[in-house]
Design a protein around this ligand. Structure first.
Ligand code: AMP
Ligand code: MG
Length: 340
């Protein structure tokens, strides 16, 4: 299969591919999504094939207008309405009881469906010209999510019909996922809309254990995507917890030509080995927007080991932490021995 690279002037062509049951990678404000008509089970099944995604990991349905939600869900509770008013269009996904029209391929057999209204104008135009779109991130399953059309091309060339090149994604990590199918509502995946913002809007929101911790053996994931190794580069990523001094001392002792550091801008003058900057230490938004691209860059440059700061967990930092700790397979080194 030849994968077409389309410009944002050619969205009508992309919509035609979707209507005919094909797969199109589209830009969104979070990461690039791999889209198919959400009401076409066969087309949706091809998303799983193209990504190598386990069939039990459900997809998010993207809508362009709130009116489209009524075909997708059985209930639209008051709290969901408040969140939609406040945060849509934007990087928030809500899990709600699904309507009978949703094919099993989308919801992976669950009786709920994940819905999001993206703000990216090209994604919205594609949806408007075709239908609600089921779309996971447009990467091979397990690898870092794509934040440029080039990232999508390097994973998906020959596996999908087309890619719309809409430039670089703004947020850079996937949407916040909250389930409103349980009481109290529960945050399953942190993203650009923060836990603090959600609590400010609807009161109590529980932080699911799987956001910060690995699943215990035998434990069932509230969000099936949480149980897989995720976002991982080929290089071995390790997070370092400790003071700035001990971080620099540790990484500067690791010079071997095959090791790099994902660093904060403040570290740069004192680093003695190759580095990829993630932004300033307190700038979580910039770190989020650079993270996946930085992980891919480490692989492109052939590094075998990568060390990074263990991020702060406030605001969007929680999303950065959640992606990094999974990319690292939960490998963290404590540099400052608190017992001494
Ligand atoms: P992705 O689109 O690849 O960023 O992944 C979507 C995330 O939403 C995954 O972690 C899924 O497991 C999760 N998800 C999608 N639908 C549901 C659902 N109905 N219930 C719980 N989690 C879901
Ligand atoms: Mg994904």
């Amino acid at each position: 299969m030849q994968t077409l690279m389309l410009s944002t002037e050619e969205i009508d062509k992309a919509a035609q591919i979707i209507r005919e049951g094909g797969l199109v990678a589209m830009p969104t404000e979070t990461v690039y999504g791999l889209a198919a008509d959400a009401y076409n089970g066969k087309a949706v099944a091809n998303i799983f094939r193209a990504k190598g995604r386990p069939m039990d990991n459900p997809l998010i349905v993207h809508i362009a207008d709130i009116s489209q939600i009524y075909g997708l869900v059985r209930e639209f509770p008051e709290k969901a309405r408040i969140l939609a008013d406040k945060f849509w269009p934007g990087p928030l996904t809500m899990i709600l009881p699904k309507s009978e029209r949703i094919p099993d391929e989308v919801s992976a057999g669950l009786d709920t469906v994940a819905v999001r209204c993206p703000s990216d104008p090209y994604a919205r135009k594609l949806i408007s010209l075709s239908s609600p779109l089921a779309a996971p991130s447009a990467n091979l399953s397990g690898s870092p999510s794509p934040t440029t059309a080039h990232h999508v091309f390097s994973d998906m060339n020959g596996r999908i019909d087309a890619i719309i090149d809409g430039g670089e994604c703004d947020v850079g990590v996937e949407s916040t996922v909250i389930t409103l199918a349980v009481q109290p509502p529960r945050l399953l995946r942190p993203g650009g809309i923060t836990l603090e913002q959600l609590r400010g809007a609807i009161g109590e929101v529980v932080l699911d254990d799987a956001v910060l911790n690995p699943l215990k053996s035998g434990e069932r994931a509230a969000s099936p995507g949480m149980k897989y190794k995720h976002y991982a580069p080929q290089a071995e990523l390790t997070l370092l917890k400790g003071s700035e001094e001990s971080f620099l001392k540790f990484v500067n002792g690791m010079k071997d030509g095959k090791t790099a550091v994902l660093c904060y801008d403040e570290d740069i003058p004192r680093l003695e080995l190759p580095f990829i900057p993630l932004g300033r230490a307190m700038d979580h938004d910039v770190q989020a927007s650079r993270l996946f691209s930085a992980l891919r860059e480490a692989d492109d440059k052939g590094f075998k080991r990568v060390y990074a700061h263990c991020p702060h967990t406030d605001g969007v930092g929680l999303a950065v932490y959640n992606r990094m700790i999974r990319a690292a397979g939960f490998k963290v080194i404590e540099l400052d021995d608190k017992t001494s």
